[in-house]
Write a protein that binds this ligand. Sequence first.
Ligand SMILES: NC(=O)c1ccc[n+]([C@@H]2O[C@H](COP(=O)([O-])OP(=O)(O)OC[C@H]3O[C@@H](n4cnc5c(N)ncnc54)[C@H](O)[C@@H]3O)[C@@H](O)[C@H]2O)c1
Length: 335
Amino acid sequence: MMFSDRISVMKETILVAGGAGYIGSHTVRALCEEGINVVVVDNLSEGHRETVGGALLVEADINDAAALDAVFAEHTINAVIHFSAYAYVGESVSNPQKYYHNNVGATLTLLAAMLRHNVKQLVFSSSCATYGNPVRIPIDESHPQNPVNPYGTTKFMVERILADYHSAYGLNYIALRYFNAAGAHPDGSIGESHRIETHLIPLALKTITGERAYIEVFGTDYDTPDGTCIRDYIHVCDLASAHCAALRALADGAESRCINLGTGQGASVREVIHTCEEVCGKKVPVVFSARRPGDPPVLVAANNLAKTVLKWSPRWTTIREIIASAWNWEQHRNF
Ligand SMILES: NC(=O)c1ccc[n+]([C@@H]2O[C@H](COP(=O)([O-])OP(=O)(O)OC[C@H]3O[C@@H](n4cnc5c(N)ncnc54)[C@H](O)[C@@H]3O)[C@@H](O)[C@H]2O)c1
């Protein structure tokens, strides 16, 4: 029996914390399309009410134990997907308190509520930022973890907490270490809409829509074929399908562990900008600047574990189709 069949028969529900955000909303959409009941808990600090579609939205902070108790009491929750975190690397350096408080402290509140209500399955949003500066490429899950900023450290700390909670309390989890999330839903109704945009593709596209005058490229003297940094861009719908696969794996008794989510292919900053120009038929104005501290030259995932454990592989395999979906969203977005 498929996971979704089991869910609908048992009338169980998935709680999606941070489900009104970028990756969360695409995952909520994917779950709803599988016929799964979803309750989103989001404080809308970054997310958007419009994104959750037919799912129930509870506007609450995951640090609010009483609000969580009410949700767990009202619904038969059998698993939690936890996206809720702050995710601006630069801000985490200037204001680490905000990051440790929300990304680690509030996660403890959520985990405590899960344990109180005997919910023992969790899919957690971790990050390739837990690896820090890579010592080998592609990066597999056994690569050393030395995060180089507070944001990456918060994700690393939660991974350690989950391992301890698994041993002590039987909390089963899959922590998904995303590489660079990109793109938008192909129907153009949801996509990337961050309060402060720091990601390359939306920044480049915003120069084309006229929202920004230019894009700054940090460093052209890296040891890469064209001198700019290389990243592994994974389509947000592929991330969403991986979360559904992780829930199925947990329901089938998968081992608690951390799993990379990337395509296994890298694209350089210059390549991404050039492809944006091709897709949109317009020039992207670029200002070249010095390297930024803490930017590794190359971050590319080894994704074999995701393929074997989750029985998942990315469907969006070219940077061009990923950018085309982001451009479709960028032109029609209304939030
Ligand atoms: N976007 C990426 O490339 C990327 C890469 C690696 C990891 N991640 C992680 O994936 C997750 C989702 O990222 P995103 O890009 O969708 O970010 P996002 O900001 O769009 O989504 C996060 C959501 O969580 C909500 N939230 C934050 N704190 C909350 C709290 N205390 N209580 C309730 N809701 C809260 C926000 O309102 C927002 O809707 C984050 O944990 C992020 O660290 C993202």
